[in-house]
Ligand binder design. Structure first.
Ligand code: ZN
Ligand code: ZN
Length: 191
């Protein structure tokens, strides 16, 4: 059989879905930031239900790990990474709350805007602050799916989250080392 020219694999695309009441404009802003920073196409997927199996009655929150587990039951054949955006409050068994959660080096990530809408004194966050926080948390969690661990470099988006003031003090920026790993991961997705 003659050798066929090797087909170029499609660019790694990221599927974006919402779970709950997230305005389309918010998804568009997140998509634009991902496209700009990761240089990967983002496609809007149909909305999904937040699974009640992840609800923690005692805490009135959703277990982020259980939401990710629920997402593993679906197949996303056309996307190498999936980011879900929700408006419900997320937690894990060891964290009182999380802004997001991801499968390290795998496919799925989720972020919540529940705690990003307000300042630490309880007043509403300005629209620009809210959007910037969403972009930072989305990029942080997607970077985990692209095999990035936490980083100590000042200002790097892969720093461990230390709350809203810390998040606001970060730039939309990955340090040199994280950028290298990120590009390597993205490049390997093309193979
Ligand atoms: Zn993290
Ligand atoms: Zn870094």
């Amino acid at each position: 059989m003659p050798l066929q020219p090797r087909k170029k694999a499609p660019a790694p695309s990221i599927g974006l879905t919402k779970m709950g009441r997230i305005p389309h404009t918010v998804l568009r802003v997140i998509a634009a930031n991902i496209q700009a920073m990761l240089e990967a196409p983002v496609e809007m997927l149909p909305a999904m239900e937040i699974p009640e199996t992840a609800y923690q009655t005692q805490r009135c929150q959703y277990d982020a790990g259980l939401v990710l587990k629920y997402l593993t039951h679906f197949s996303f054949p056309h996307h190498s990474r999936i980011l879900a955006v929700t408006d419900v409050d997320l937690c894990t068994p060891i964290h009182t709350f999380v802004y997001g959660q991801a499968e390290l080096g795998r496919t799925l990530a989720i972020i919540s805007d529940f705690r990003l809408k307000y300042m630490e004194d309880g007043t509403a966050a300005a629209e620009g602050v809210y959007y910037e926080r969403l972009a930072k948390v989305a990029l942080h969690e997607l970077a985990h799916t692209l095999s990035l661990y936490h980083c100590e470099t000042p200002k790097c988006l892969m720093q461990v989250s230390r709350g809203l003031s810390h998040l606001d003090g970060l730039d939309v920026f990955f340090c040199e080392r994280c950028t290298f790993v990120l590009h390597e991961s993205l490049r390997n997705l093309h193979i």
